[in-house]
Design a protein around this ligand. Structure first.
Ligand code: SB7
Ligand code: NI
Length: 188
C-alpha cells in the first residue's frame, strides 16, 4: 500500500516537471498504480487506518507526487451538494473554463508540502475536463466550486505547478480579480 514515505516533497525535481502522457489504453501496471493511489486517499480519510499508518488526509493525489512523471491522478471527496468524486483519471485535459475565478477561503495545502503556506489560490470557478477514467471510459466532467478547485490542484501537478505558485507574493490574501470565495468541505 502507498504510505507517506512514498510521497515526494517539494524540492524534488519531478514536482516541477511537465509529466508524460500515459499510453492508452492504459497498461495493467498503470491501472493498478492508479487504483492504489485511489486506495491511499480512501485510507487517508479512514480514521483508524490513517491513525495506524500515520497518513495525512488527502482528497487528491497525482502521480508526480510519487516521483512518477505520468499524467494521471486520483480524487476522493464529496462536494458541497453531496456529489461524490471517487475515481482515477488518465491524460486529463481542461477543454474549457469560466472567466470567473474562485478560491478556497481557507487556502490550500498539499501532501508534498510539509508547511502551511498562507494565501488565496485563484482557480477557475468552472471547468470542463475530459479524461479516461479507471474503468477505461472516456469521460467529460463539468465541475464547479470546490470540485473544480480540487481537480485544478491535481491537474497543476501534471504540469509541474504547485498551489503556492498561484499565490500573490505581495498580498497573499488579496481577493483575486473576478473571484468569489468557495467553501471547503472539511475532512474531519
Ligand atoms: C486543497 C487540497 C487539495 C486540493 C485542493 C485544495 C489536495 C491536497 C492533496 N494533494 O497534495 C494532492 O495533490
Ligand atoms: Ni498537491
Amino acid at each position: 500500500m502507498i504510505t507517506m514515505k512514498d510521497i515526494v516533497l517539494e524540492g524534488h525535481p519531478v514536482l516541477t516537471q511537465v509529466a508524460q502522457e500515459v499510453q492508452l489504453p492504459p497498461t495493467e501496471e498503470d491501472t493498478e498504480l492508479l487504483k492504489k493511489m485511489l486506495q491511499f486517499l480512501k485510507n487517508s480519510q479512514d480514521e483508524e487506518i490513517a491513525e495506524k499508518y500515520k497518513l495525512r488526509a488527502g482528497v487528491g493525489l497525482a502521480a508526480p507526487q510519487l516521483g512518477l512523471s505520468k499524467r494521471m491522478f486520483a480524487v476522493h471527496f464529496e462536494d458541497l451538494d453531496g456529489k461524490v468524486y471517487s475515481d482515477g483519471y488518465f491524460n486529463p485535459k481542461i477543454i474549457s473554463h469560466s472567466v470567473e475565478k474562485t478560491f478556497l477561503s481557507s487556502g490550500e495545502g498539499c501532501l508534498s508540502v510539509e508547511r502551511e503556506v498562507p494565501g488565496y489560490v485563484p482557480r477557475y470557478a468552472r471547468i470542463t475536463l475530459t479524461a479516461t477514467n479507471l474503468a477505461g471510459e472516456k469521460v467529460k466532467l463539468r465541475l464547479r466550486g470546490y470540485a473544480a478547485v480540487v481537480f485544478q490542484h491535481e491537474f497543476d501537478h501534471l504540469n509541474g505547478i504547485m498551489f503556492y505558485d498561484h499565490i500573490n507574493k505581495e498580498e497573499p490574501f488579496s481577493i483575486p480579480n473576478n473571484a468569489k470565495p468557495c467553501d471547503v468541505v472539511d475532512l474531519d
